[in-house]
Design a protein around this ligand. Structure first.
Ligand code: FMN
Length: 164
């Protein structure tokens, strides 16, 4: 059951496109969080979870139900990696806050969370996704820095791959 799945929440398609790119690079399945069920969780060893950020640093809407599915499942033996889409120029005080909310929702689940990312190379004022000086997953800003997205994804995949 050492399989990997990418699960994304996306309101206008940005996080969806990035999720598909990550899944293609990993050669794994990708689904919208609207389709996340307990069976999907149980049937995969590695969960790659992505959310965009809405409101002021909040989760993409569909993730509120998705988090309930995750919280109702046994995540003890799972490996989880997180990514988030945001906008560091217009929302520099709450940059990828949804990524932080996703992390907060699963951090005590017993899952092994991999793929923390150095804040170097990002310009922002504040982020709930920074814990102990690092982002809890991969932040991507396809609004202002889409030229950096591929390089960031490749470096992150190289980092998480040995854990999957
Ligand atoms: C009303 C609104 C609020 C937003 N709030 C934030 C925010 O707090 N932090 C952030 O980093 N990005 C924020 N964003 C930027 C989105 O996360 C970004 O555009 C993202 O690429 C959207 O991805 P999606 O189309 O997959 O939902 C916001 C965008 C809008 C339109």
């Amino acid at each position: 059951m050492n399989t990997t799945i990418v699960v994304y929440g996306s309101s206008t398609g940005t996080c969806e496109a990035i999720a598909e790119k990550i899944a293609q690079k990993l050669g794994c399945e990708v689904i919208n969080v609207q389709d996340l069920t307990a069976d999907v969780v149980n049937n995969h060893q590695n969960l790659i979870l992505g959310t965009s950020t809405w409101g002021a640093g909040e989760l993409q809407d569909d993730w509120y139900d998705g988090l309930k599915v995750l919280q109702g499942a046994d995540l003890n033996a799972k490996t989880i990696a997180l990514f988030g889409c945001g906008d560091c120029e217009s929302y520099g005080d709450t940059f990828v806050g949804g990524l932080g909310e996703l992390y907060n929702g699963i951090k005590d689940s017993g899952a092994k969370i991999v793929g923390a990312v150095d804040t170097d190379g990002y310009t922002f004022d504040d982020s709930e996704a920074v814990v102990d000086g690092k982002f809890v997953g991969l932040p991507l800003d396809d609004v202002n820095e889409d030229d950096k997205t591929d390089t960031r994804i490749d470096a992150w995949i190289a980092d998480i791959l040995p854990n999957l």
